[in-house]
Design a protein around this ligand. Structure first.
Ligand SMILES: [Zn+2]
Length: 949
């Protein structure tokens, strides 16, 4: 069965599609349009399986919509903004052996290496590869609308200039002073896409508390200043580097890495001396508010490069503190090695200061014991911390030992308390990343308060409100549970730096020292796609794309005449651009990985609302999980990513698409398995063989009507799955369920394959066309002998007239009886190893069907009700027993009548004979037999007796 050569078939159809230009979307006012988009792909490496997973979803939906008759617009552009491409070029220039090895391993030939010192060359190199990969993968892209971000593509750069001048004019871009994630090596804010680690991490404000110590202050940082009422001691890392420094005129004791952070956060800092943490161990400091002296103790969980490297200990409520304290209680050597008495911490008692329903007096102690956490560095401690924090924040109340705050909810105390602490001059604040951020240049980042930097005002409450409204009223989010993440992101979004000083990009037109960063020039480019065909075909220059032209096309803010005058372009051409934009916009659907909800996908909504007029805002977004290949998580830090090209070359496009579509859906992470891909390949080959070589009869049997009936459900289910981005479920219903139906058909019909069989196979191909389009074209040509493309066939619609529930129920009965016979046969055969002589099948007595029908009317007292029926009463005890059985199993029902059951089983006698190689198979009414098995018969569950030779 090797007549189906996937590689040859795929190459053939890709050529024909291109020749017929079937994916080129042009304005056609007689048809409804549908604009889908996949994020512009970063040109610093090959397209990997992760891209393949999301882009496949976009393509499948595009193809599904095309089959529904939409004029689908699917363009693709490329991303070059920021540090990554320039970083590669710089490292190659320096001869960095790690970078060169990574490039070689990914297939860059030695001869290219010299040219890889030029970012333009790198981006071109990967663009050509990526385009080839997408084409081979069978993506239905209109390639006339390509562009690259940054000044590598001057017309696009012009579009970004216009976008930012517009945003600034509207007050959405402002100069301001804000905390940003900062790379001290790059001397620049580090956008999410410029990070090796810590994508989505933003600045968090910690409260610094000043604990009097010697002639200055020991300064711990906390997100929970209210816990100061429960402080019992201070933690210092004895091996850490600390300093005594003058900070804004006071003397502070903090870790050494704190100095740079404080300086970058507008504090005046002068280091007096450096020392090891060990020096502080065993001393005491004064706890403000509680007004007692507390001990300074050693703890290894304290990290000197996180906040100030000084931690106040609240062991009743903070799991880390409890574990560290328990260590000192139980392991005296942890104290004696610093020259302290072994019982130095023995007098410390937990202080409970928050009361929370569902939590005990000392929640940290309870959870540590419950989770079985043994050491200070157990990662589960973080989980425990979050759990307690959430519960206490939402339902905790301050206890009596909290002075004037007693009785106040934890969620309401913070603001007051911080104000009070500030008034008493015992607090300050400091920004820190919630978790570590590493720049692509490998430097660990910190927070800098940047003065006079350009920000997008995502924190603007009015703008947020518009985003919330649009999201709630107009947008469909797939899967639905992703909506919450959008709402959360809108709530928490703050003003965001939109430019950086290094890397590739478009300079801000009014302040060209600054370059628009990667997440800021990728928000509304889908609008550029609509005019990109004309820009590319006419080689338009930036001078021909003045603000007035964009204002006219995209915002109705300039007249056609102004646009014409400033651009010097033909009126007709300008009108054509406007028509393309007005016809294809708004963007209907966009898909990306779920991580991008927290930045890109939400910015996409915000900026559309800011720039474009009403009616041009995004409508559907899908956010999908990450993908694992054979259990390995794909990671950005080069090494274990698998290129899409590798998979397509190995299995062909359709099988790869099938594997990717089948490996996952929704929010959970997907798991791609080669076995699925191999199986898909085999089955396609088999289907091709059956449809091209198989013999089909024209005579319609009952089983044909059955499979046509089942098929209507399969069609409806599959359409519903496609519409809701559930590709895996679409394959289950439109492929595997139909194959299983066909298996049953074959078993029932023997060698005969009737018209229903062929229709089911062809419908399966139709339903799978969005996923395996090349295969569908081949079948369309070779089997249907069609002259048009399968991609343009209408998506099947269920035909209600073909649905026959009774027939389906009858087949289900036949199948259940078959399974029962097999069960008994296997159990006995193992013992006796004999051939089957006779199968007797007993259909239940009529009164039982009556009991079922009475139960369907839901009487208050079933037994009383049935006993009113003479025919049932006659059955006596058996009737009561059956009724009791039904009452225990309220979900069970069987709707076939006795007569229908008898007819169905009679029809299947030949089948059972064949299936079990039995000499004789008979069916009779249980009432006409004395056989013990006859008494076991029930509606939907005939009695069965087997006789062996
Ligand atoms: Zn850096």
């Amino acid at each position: 069965m090797n007549e189906y050569d996937a590689f040859a078939v795929e190459a053939k159809w890709q050529k024909r599609w291109a020749k017929a230009k079937i994916y080129e979307a042009n304005v056609d006012q007689s048809r409804k349009k549908f604009l889908v988009s996949f994020p512009i792909v970063y040109l610093n490496g090959k397209i990997h399986v992760g891209h393949g997973y999301t882009s496949m979803k976009v393509d499948v939906y595009a193809r599904y919509k095309r089959m529904q008759g939409y004029n689908v617009f699917f363009a693709q552009g490329w991303h070059a903004t920021g540090q990554p491409i320039q970083g590669v070029a710089e490292r190659v220039k320096k001869g960095d052996p790690v970078q060169i090895r990574i490039l070689k391993q990914s297939g860059v030939p030695e001869s290219e290496m010299k040219k890889f010192t030029d970012p333009l060359h790198i981006s071109n190199y990967y663009k050509i590869l990526a385009k080839k990969t997408f084409t081979k993968f069978g993506m239905s892209i209109d390639w006339r609308r390509e562009f690259v971000t940054t000044t590598l593509c001057p017309p696009f750069s012009r579009f970004i200039e216009w976008q930012y001048e517009t945003l600034r004019k509207l007050g959405y871009v402002k100069k301001g002073t804000h905390p940003v994630v900062w790379c001290s090596h790059c001397q620049s804010p580090t956008g999410d896409h410029d990070r090796l680690k810590g994508e989505g991490v933003s600045p968090v404000e910690f409260i610094l508390l000043k604990f009097p110590f010697e002639d200055g202050y020991l300064v711990p940082a906390t997100l929970r200043p209210e816990t100061i009422f429960g402080v019992t001691n201070m933690w210092i890392n004895p091996d850490g580097d600390y300093v005594e420094a003058e900070v804004d005129g006071e003397k502070w004791f903090v870790s050494e890495p704190t100095v740079l952070k404080l300086e970058d956060q507008l504090h005046k800092v002068k280091v007096i001396r450096k020392f090891k943490g060990l020096e502080l161990i065993g001393k005491t400091c004064h706890a403000p508010i509680r007004e007692v002296d507390i001990k300074i103790l050693p703890a290894t969980f304290v990290e000197v490069d996180h906040t100030t490297g000084v931690v106040m200990s609240v062991p009743s409520h903070a799991p880390f503190d409890y574990v560290a304290l328990r260590d000192l209680w139980t392991k005296p050597e942890m104290l004696t090695k610093y020259g302290l008495p072994g019982d130095f911490a023995a007098d410390i008692q937990l202080i409970s200061m928050i009361k929370t329903e569902g939590l005990g007096e000392h929640p940290a102690k309870d959870i540590i014991e419950k989770m079985g956490i043994q050491t200070q560095n157990d990662p589960k401690t973080e989980e425990a911390t979050q759990e307690i924090y959430k519960k206490e924040f939402h339902s905790g109340v301050m206890r009596e030992n909290c002075g004037k705050y007693a009785g106040i909810k934890v969620s309401e105390i913070k603001e007051h308390l911080i104000k009070d602490l500030k008034a008493q001059k015992i607090s300050s604040s400091m920004w820190e990343t919630a978790s570590p951020v590493i720049c692509r240049c490998q430097t660990k980042n910190h927070i800098k308060i940047l003065k006079d930097q350009w920000f997008i005002t995502y924190g603007n409450e009015k703008w947020k409100q518009r985003a919330r409204n649009h999201l709630a009223k107009k947008m469909t989010i797939y899967p639905p549970e992703a909506r919450q993440s959008f709402e959360y992101t809108i709530d928490w979004l703050q003003d965001k730096a939109c430019a950086r000083k290094s890397g590739l990009g478009t300079p801000l037109p009014w302040d060209p020292e600054w370059i628009v960063e990667t997440l800021s020039d990728s928000t509304i480019y889908m609008a550029f796609y609509t005019i990109a065909r004309i820009v590319n075909e006419h080689n338009l220059t930036p001078e021909q794309l003045p603000n007035e032209l964009f204002d006219y096309i995209f915002r109705n803010k300039a007249t056609l005449e102004e646009a014409q005058k400033k651009s010097g372009l033909d009126m007709a051409l300008i009108k054509e651009m406007k028509e393309e934009f007005e016809y294809f916009y708004p963007p209907d659907y966009r898909a990306s990985a779920k991580e991008l909800i927290f930045n890109h996908l939400t910015f996409y909504i915000f900026q559309h609302l800011a720039v474009f007029p009403k009616g041009h805002y995004p409508l559907e977004i899908e956010a999908n999980g990450m993908i694992q290949v054979e259990g390995d998580k794909m990671s950005k830090s080069a090494g274990n990513t698998i290129s899409l090209d590798e998979i397509v070359q190995r299995f062909g496009a359709d099988a790869s698409r099938f594997g990717l579509a089948y490996c996952g859906e929704g929010y959970t992470d997907a798991s791609f398995r080669y076995a699925d891909v191999e199986a898909a390949k085999k089955r396609m080959s088999m289907i091709f063989h059956e449809l091209t070589k198989g013999k089909f009869s024209d005579e319609e049997q009952q089983i044909d009507r059955w499979i046509l009936s089942k098929l209507q459900t399969r069609i409806a289910d599959t359409a519903n799955h496609y519409q809701n981005q559930r590709t895996r479920s679409a394959i289950s219903s439109g492929f595997f369920d139909i194959l299983n139906d066909l298996k049953w058909y074959e078993a029932r019909s023997g060698a005969i394959r009737g018209p229903g069989y062929r229709t089911a196979l062809l419908t399966l191909v139709d339903l799978m066309t969005p996923i395996i389009p090349h295969f569908a074209e081949e079948i369309n040509e070779k089997v249907r002998k069609a002259k048009t493309f399968a991609c343009h066939r209408p998506f099947p619609k269920p035909n209600k007239r073909l649905i026959n529930k009774k027939l389906e129920e009858e087949e289900r009965l036949i199948r259940n009886v078959r399974d029962d016979i097999e069960g008994i046969f296997n159990a006995i055969k193992k013992r006796q190893k004999k051939a089957l002589e006779k199968i007797e099948i007993f259909i239940a007595p009529k009164w039982m069907y009556k009991v079922l029908s009475i139960r369907r009317q839901k009487p208050d007292n079933l037994i009383a009700k049935i006993m009113q029926e003479e025919t049932i009463r006659k059955a006596g005890n058996a009737a009561a027993k059956y009724a009791q059985k039904l009452m225990k199993n309220p979900g069970y029902d069987s709707t076939l009548s006795q007569r229908a059951e008898l007819a169905a089983i009679t029809d299947a006698l030949e089948y059972y004979k064949r299936e079990f190689k039995a000499k004789e198979v008979v069916v009779m009414l249980a009432s006409k037999s004395d056989h013990a098995k006859a008494r076991a018969a029930e509606p939907g569950r005939p009695g069965i007796a087997l006789t062996f030779m």
